[in-house]
Design a protein around this ligand. Structure first.
Ligand code: ADP
Ligand code: MG
Length: 343
């Protein structure tokens, strides 16, 4: 909220790589009772990599191979800045076994769907890439086989990105390729809800496969959580990712399963903070992403990862320059000590 970054407790703060945006922040560090931690990029390194690609089986696949799933997903994701998107785009660009570089197809009508995924038109197909909720919202069917495999994969802490496609919406009459009855059920505008009337015929939009991305928990994250607990704060985990993935990460860093809030849209992070405040709690939030900025601003104490996006840094009361979550505990300890000195 305060425009200029100001360094308080200079010597020690600078040494620890902590920027404090104004003296009033010190008071919030004293009062904070709960610390809400963002998952991706905060508790985890946010450096995703593709570990598996799976085509749907049976009629849903409609002949799609793992290569085709990755190629189309990569084409759409190349236009997105999300860490998952960058991982998928990079994997799609990896050189073929025969040494040739695959041509990345051109994407048109790209739309980023924050907290959900992305969409674009590639090779005359409307491609949707993202989490299960995105497909559910648009009425795009996912085969049971794929859904069962997805649940098992997520339980192991891996993020599953579904890849769906169907005929592209007809904008100008195409000379060739009349898509038959399926074309009538194709999604209209990118944001059009419930576009699945052609669901059953194999030509309409449906999940054709999935890409599995893995992220690694930061080595210092468990220690950071323990240190925050030691300062009397209750750690919680909030993420737009699926519940099983969130729970696996929480278990790894020592956050109680009951304190995990998963599957939330960017606005849901603000709601989480607001909900805790409504219970009379003083809330600190630690985050890095564009998605975290509103929650950082809403929190009584916004802790921004210095390695995060500019909007997040701008929204933080306290900036952890090195992007190490352990600095959150250091910052709170230092601020409290500074406060005692002032008084
Ligand atoms: P987090 O809250 O963990 O930082 P986001 O809110 O950015 O995560 O995204 C939530 C979920 O939405 C991701 O875990 C992923 O399943 C999906 N998602 C978001 N953007 C994309 C994208 N560009 N490509 C694929 N999936 C995406
Ligand atoms: Mg994040």
């Amino acid at each position: 909220a305060t425009p200029m970054a100001l360094l308080v407790g200079t010597g020690r703060g600078a040494q620890l790589g902590i920027l404090i945006r104004g003296p009033e922040v010190l008071e919030s560090t004293r009062r904070a009772q709960v610390v809400v931690l963002d998952k991706t990029g905060t508790v985890t390194a946010g450096r995703m990599s593709v570990v598996d690609v799976r085509p749907a089986s049976g009629p849903a696949a409609a002949g799609a191979t793992a290569g085709e799933v990755l190629r189309l997903a990569g084409a759409v994701e190349a236009a997105s800045e999300h860490p998952i998107a960058q991982a998928i785009a990079a994997a799609a660009r990896v050189t073929e076994p025969d040494g040739s570089a695959p041509a990345v197809p051109v994407v048109t009508d790209f739309v980023a769907l924050p907290g959900l995924g992305a969409a674009g038109t590639v090779d005359g197909r409307r491609v949707l890439v993202g989490q299960a909720r995105l497909l559910a919202e648009r009425g795009v069917p996912v085969d049971e086989d794929l859904a069962v495999w997805q649940a098992a994969t997520e339980a192991a802490g891996r993020t599953v990105v579904l890849v769906a496609w169907g005929p592209a919406p007809v904008q100008t009459p195409e000379p060739d390729d009349a898509s038959g009855p399926g074309a009538a059920g194709a999604p209209g505008a990118p944001g059009a809800p419930g576009a699945a009337s052609a669901a059953g015929d194999g030509a309409g939009p449906r999940a054709r496969g999935a890409v599995v991305v893995a992220d690694t928990v930061r080595p210092s994250a468990a220690g950071a959580v323990a240190a925050l607990r030691g300062l009397g704060l209750r750690p919680m985990l909030v993420t737009g990712d699926a519940e099983p993935v969130a729970r696996a990460v929480a278990a790894e860093v020592g956050i109680d399963a009951a304190d995990v809030v998963a599957g939330v849209l960017p606005a849901g992070k603000v709601e989480t903070v607001r909900g805790l405040q409504a219970q009379g709690l003083v809330v600190a939030m630690l985050g890095d992403g564009v998605n975290d900025a509103p929650a950082l601003a809403r929190a009584d104490l916004g802790l921004a990862m210095g390695t995060g996006s500019d909007v997040a840094i701008e929204a933080g009361d306290l900036v952890l320059v090195g992007g190490d979550p352990t600095s959150a505990a250091d910052a709170i300890r230092l601020s409290r000590a500074t406060l005692r000195t002032i008084r």
